[in-house]
Design a protein around this ligand. Structure first.
Ligand SMILES: [Cu+2]
Length: 272
């Protein structure tokens, strides 16, 4: 129900690798949450992560983060500037993904991911640029649309005692690649409200057309730049602005918890 989480979290295929660094020398890390279900709330002991990009596009300016929350599929570029020698653990803190239908909480951790080992002669860290080449978000939308992630309770089938599987759907329908779920007129900018009717957070991922988050029901401040995965809080919603101005064609959107997607929490979108 929560999506399977592996026993180990690997970094570049390695278990708790060492990342060498020199004091004062900046490193750019491209963090990708490639986990099937786990939300990674990442922090580096003794350091502030300077986030410069999300899902491959620049933020307007470097944003200092004590902790960076990455849903499965999310990416972030961060600059790490160690200012002293020492060993510092990169940690994924427990993150509350909500709960399952029976109320069991979905949270694990903390998980040590890697160790930054800083030693050697000190260098002077260059200053980060004050502004970054961020794409401006679309100013307004010309159409609205709603869609919802739904998780249904399993149960016993009428008297025969067969267990019915839980259902994972978009708008109550399991994925059918031959069905058109959303048809969008090419050239429009749409505002989508993506709701989550269940008690567990689902990461929404739209292929092909990046979106800018306008607001979220949990009050998270939007990043204000295009991204392609956003966590929809339990019993909540996110509002997205999506320019369908670059490509026509057919694609999909889905929950980025792979077990949910595989069970049917995916839908088609056709832009024409
Ligand atoms: Cu999901």
């Amino acid at each position: 129900m929560f999506g399977r989480e592996g026993r180990l979290v690997l970094v570049n295929g390695q278990y708790r690798p060492v990342v060498p660094a020199a004091p004062g020398r900046a490193q750019r890390w491209r963090l990708v949450n490639g986990c099937t279900s786990r939300v990674l709330a990442v922090r580096l002991e003794g350091h502030t992560l300077q986030q410069i990009a999300q899902d491959g596009t620049f933020l307007p300016s470097p944003a200092p983060r004590q902790q960076l929350v990455l849903a499965p599929g999310n990416r972030a570029d961060v600059v790490v500037q160690p200012d002293r020698a020492g060993r510092f653990t990169l940690i994924a803190d427990p993150y509350d993904r909500g709960s399952g239908m029976g109320g069991a909480p979905a949270s694990t951790g903390p998980v040590p991911l890697a160790t930054l080992v800083v030693d050697g002669p000190a260098a002077v860290a260059p200053a980060l640029p004050a502004t970054l080449p961020a794409e401006p978000p679309p100013a307004s939308a010309t159409a609205t649309r709603s869609t919802s992630f739904r998780m249904g309770m399993g149960g016993m089938r009428g008297g025969r005692g067969d267990a019915m599987p839980m259902s994972f759907t978009v708008d109550g329908r399991a994925y059918d690649p031959d069905r058109d779920d959303q048809i969008v007129a090419a050239g429009t900018v749409e505002e989508w409200t993506v709701t989550n009717t269940g008690p567990l957070a689902h990461p929404f991922h739209l292929h092909v057309w990046p979106f800018t988050v306008v607001a979220a029901s949990d009050g998270r401040p939007p990043l204000g730049v295009p991204q392609d995965v956003v966590l929809v809080p339990p019993g909540g919603w996110v509002r997205l602005r999506i320019p369908f101005t670059t490509h026509t064609g057919r694609s999909v959107y889905h929950c980025h918890i792979l077990d949910h997607e595989d069970a049917g929490m995916m839908a088609t979108i056709t832009v024409r």
